[in-house]
Design a protein around this ligand. Structure first.
Ligand SMILES: NC(=O)c1ccc[n+]([C@@H]2O[C@H](COP(=O)([O-])OP(=O)(O)OC[C@H]3O[C@@H](n4cnc5c(N)ncnc54)[C@H](OP(=O)(O)O)[C@@H]3O)[C@@H](O)[C@H]2O)c1
Length: 163
């Protein structure tokens, strides 16, 4: 199987909640700054529902929006509408990375092919109806970028199996 360089990036609470009523359940500006900084200038893969909840589109980024609706269009020049996971590029080019940015359906559909996961762990619980999938048995924490009493930000790498 051809190896992907996809990076999943998400914030979740202690019960793996990531969303509520098509919104983020929290307002944590330092995490939004982290997300925008990490993904700036790259390819961002996003589900149609999350895309429609976003307040801002950055002209530096290339957005790949997943929908099964063949009639879905966006007039934003930075947005490419795609209809299946196979249309996501395996790797970026020209220094661009491929960031999987949610939501829940998209994380679940791509996690088996991600090489890295960046998780902001929010150290409390929120009401919510969308979750980040289990990944810990296939990934190990490699680096802690940030930690305080409210959140931690960690990079995980896929465990490579083989002889
Ligand atoms: N905490 C975080 O880090 C974070 C990050 C991102 C999002 N979120 C939250 O996650 C929630 C949204 O997640 P969600 O699971 O409801 O929606 P979503 O993953 O954002 O979007 C789901 C939509 O994507 C399309 N889709 C899904 N799988 C597909 C496939 N295999 N091929 C083609 N299209 C596909 C479908 O669009 P159509 O219906 O148009 O066909 C589907 O309805 C929101 O609450 C959002 O705030 C949280």
């Amino acid at each position: 199987m051809k190896e992907c360089e996809w990076i999943s990036i998400a914030a979740m609470d202690i019960n793996r909640v990531i969303g509520s009523e098509n919104k983020l359940p929290w307002n944590i500006p330092k995490d939004m700054i982290w997300f925008n900084t990490a993904t700036k200038g790259h390819i961002l893969v996003i589900g149609r529902k999350t895309f429609e909840s976003m307040k801002k589109i950055y002209s530096e980024n290339e957005y790949y929006i997943l929908t099964r609706n063949k009639n879905y269009v966006s007039d934003n020049v930075n947005v490419k509408v795609i209809h299946q996971i196979e249309e996501i590029p395996d790797t970026g080019s020209g220094g661009k990375k491929v960031w999987i940015c949610g939501g829940s359906e998209i994380y679940k559909a791509t996690i088996a092919k991600c090489k890295y996961i960046y998780i902001t762990q929010i150290k409390r619980s929120f009401e919510g109806n969308r979750y980040f999938p289990e990944f810990e048995s296939n990934f190990y924490p490699e680096q802690v970028f940030y930690e305080d009493e409210e959140i931690s930000i960690k990079k995980y790498i896929r465990v490579t199996r083989g002889i």
